[in-house]
Design a protein around this ligand. Structure first.
Ligand SMILES: Cc1ncc(C[n+]2csc(CCOP(=O)(O)OP(=O)(O)O)c2C)c(N)n1
Length: 615
């Protein structure tokens, strides 16, 4: 049977069919749906782990235990996970281990662009690159087989276009004897204890394995020569292969499914048979550099940029410029947005608990606000423009401490570090410990909205549910106390003044202080309260409520006679009754519409957890 599936769904299906027993991961676009789809297969244990390193270690342990395992992450997750998979290349495992990392060429949802293919070469592990959903599923099976045969983790590298686009997939049955108990663990220290004296002995084997895998690559059906016109030979993998085929239907091709180690024999054969050799690959010249290192001249990054996506229109455009394609053959229009298109900045949702924090912080002008990744990164944008920094998960705390030990206080400025709740568990606890242990004085704040909102509401240790069901909740404030913070403040995110007071109190405290701003994300439980409205007779167009950046509050057509400024209007379709606008309105012109209650949405049977006025 065939089914249309996204690449992520197909990888999940592959995990099922090829007998994966344990699946771990940490959310991140474009990879998150793999694990979410795996939960439908009850044969597989799955969990959101606290971060990518923990997820990878758990998958490694499961593979040591003799169970096929898979771990999933977005591209920057590999940076966090890398300390784990480097050693697994030395130890090998008892069952197959697949590390799935989804790259994001074009940076649709990432803080930096990176080409994770380098990790395969860096860690010296084989890498498969699917170009569509069928390959995504098949390569799971192939990767696990390779992993078991060569006793090494295998990297399955996808990218956004493979992860999120859909194509037909032939479905099969689960074809692995997954219930059979693996043999008992027998201690083998030389294999599994990566102390230098034993690990060192494996170094030559790791190099020899790569040579043998490269020889194998020449014979693998997923690496294939497709002879056509001999004028142009193209090496490509992943979606770039299909795009290149569209642009050059008659050229000769080397389609690579395993891109590391390289099928050098096939590369030589193609190079010898064509006039011009061209490598078409997104991001870095990963294949191109290896081809050139073989002494084979080829073109590639002299034509294409080493950043962004390379869609068919881009390939046409750059190849026409380089004289490889007649200009009249350029058929597809490059989608470059018109320059006069109005910019539309993303905003916090109506009812977002983060709003009170950034409304208050926007007023604290001489404060350095070291923030982090999550929905709360929108505090950097209009109307707040409140934050000074965002880098990588956990850096909100780590870099804040750096400002402090960098003596920034001598300039009279104070520093506030901010992370979200999922980010706190991911990588915020260790920098907190660092502050405490080193006698730091930072004010650190967790915006606890009870979910990993930005990536689609996954669980984390601060919740009483897991991917499968009930879980043990770790209390953030108690954890901070256990880390040695003496001054811990908890505040209701929907109490705008309370949040301001908490921030000021934290900043005034001598020694590390820790503020937990608690209030659930609208989508996980806050629910709708009554719709709010503006009493236009009282509103004088002071514009203060606009500073909340709530999409439900807009300028009305009615101008205030005295000030000449537009009065506010609340869109009843968008308002969820969080009450923040009512709290800050100096003329008390905003309040709930008493007569008509808006039907609850989402988990909205509960009253608003924060402001107490909703019901
Ligand atoms: C190392 C790494 N892993 C995953 C991500 C993807 N990611 C971006 S924000 C985020 C989670 C944010 O959750 P939280 O801190 O709770 O903030 P919220 O979005 O709920 O406000 C994740 C997982 C990333 N950017 N970096």
């Amino acid at each position: 049977m065939k089914k249309i599936m996204t690449g992520n769904e197909a990888i999940a299906r592959g995990a099922y069919e090829y007998g994966v027993k344990v699946a771990t991961g940490y959310p991140g676009t474009p990879s998150s749906e793999i694990l979410e789809n795996i939960t439908q297969y009850k044969e597989i244990y799955s969990e959101w782990s606290t971060n990518e390193k923990v997820a990878t270690e758990a998958a490694i342990g499961a593979a040591y235990a003799g169970r096929r395992a898979i771990t999933t992450m977005k591209q920057v997750g590999m940076n966090v996970a890398s300390d784990a998979f480097f050693f697994a290349v030395y130890t090998g495992m008892r069952a197959g281990l697949l590390i799935v990392a989804a790259d994001d060429p074009g940076m649709f949802s990432s803080q930096n662009e990176q080409d994770n293919r380098h990790y395969a070469r860096f860690a010296k592990m084989p890498m498969l690159e699917p170009g569509d959903s069928q390959e995504a599923k098949d390569f799971v099976g192939l990767g696990l087989e390779l992993s078991e045969k060569w006793d090494v983790p295998v990297l399955l590298r996808t990218c956004m276009r493979v992860s999120h686009s859909a194509s037909p997939v032939e479905l099969g049955e689960r074809n692995w004897d997954d219930e059979a108990l693996p043999p008992k663990w027998v201690r083998n220290q030389e294999k599994y204890v990566c102390t230098a004296m034993w690990a060192k002995k494996k170094r030559p084997m790791i190099e020899e394995r790569l040579v043998k895998l490269s020889e194998l690559a020449d014979t693998m059906p997923i690496n294939r020569l497709e002879w056509g016109d001999r004028k142009l030979g193209i090496i490509a993998s992943g979606p770039a292969y299909y795009y290149a085929r569209e642009v050059f239907p008659n050229a000769s091709f080397l389609k690579l499914g395993m891109t590391f180690p390289l099928a050098k024999g096939l590369v030589r054969e193609l190079a010898a048979g064509v006039e011009t050799l061209l490598v078409i690959e997104e991001l870095d010249p990963f294949i191109e550099d290896q081809v050139k290192a073989m002494g084979i001249p080829c073109r590639g990054k002299d034509i294409f940029p080493a950043y962004g996506e390379l869609l068919p229109a881009d390939i046409e455009h750059y190849c026409a410029e380089a004289g490889l394609l007649p200009k009249e053959k350029v058929t597809v229009k490059r989608e470059i947005a018109p320059k006069d298109l109005p910019g539309r900045s993303p905003v916090l949702c109506p009812g977002c608990p983060h709003r009170s924090t950034f409304y208050n912080l926007a007023k604290m002008k001489d404060l350095i606000i070291v923030s982090d990744i999550g929905c709360y990164n929108l505090g950097a944008l209009a109307p707040f423009f409140a934050t000074d920094f965002m880098g990588s998960m956990g850096a909100g705390f780590g870099v804040a401490h750096g400002f402090e030990i960098g003596d920034i206080k001598k300039t009279g400025q104070k520093v506030l570090g901010i992370v979200g709740d999922s980010t706190f568990f991911h990588n915020g606890v260790t920098p907190l410990l660092n502050v405490v242990h080193n006698g730091g004085n930072s004010t650190l704040m967790v915006l606890d909205n009870g979910t990993t909102a930005m990536t689609g509401h996954q669980d984390h240790p601060g919740l009483d549910k897991t991917l499968h069901g009930p879980g043990k909740r770790v209390d953030i404030a108690n954890l901070a106390r256990a880390c040695g913070v003496e001054h811990v403040i908890k505040v209701n995110a929907f109490d705008v003044k309370g949040v301001e007071k908490a921030i000021k109190e934290g900043l005034a405290y001598e020694g590390p202080s820790f503020i937990v701003v608690e209030g659930p994300c609208f989508f996980v439980g806050q629910g709708s309260g009554p719709v709010y409205e503006v009493d236009t007779a009282t509103c004088n167009g002071c514009t203060l409520c606009f500073r909340l950046g709530c999409p439900a509050i807009v300028q009305s057509d009615e101008l205030d006679e005295k000030t000449g400024r537009p009065k506010a209007w609340i869109d009843p379709v968008l308002c969820v009754g969080c009450d923040m606008c009512a709290q800050i309105c100096p003329r008390h012109a905003i309040g709930p519409v008493v007569t008509e209650a808006k039907p609850a949405s989402g988990n909205g049977s509960k009253p608003c957890a924060g402001c107490g006025t909703a019901g």
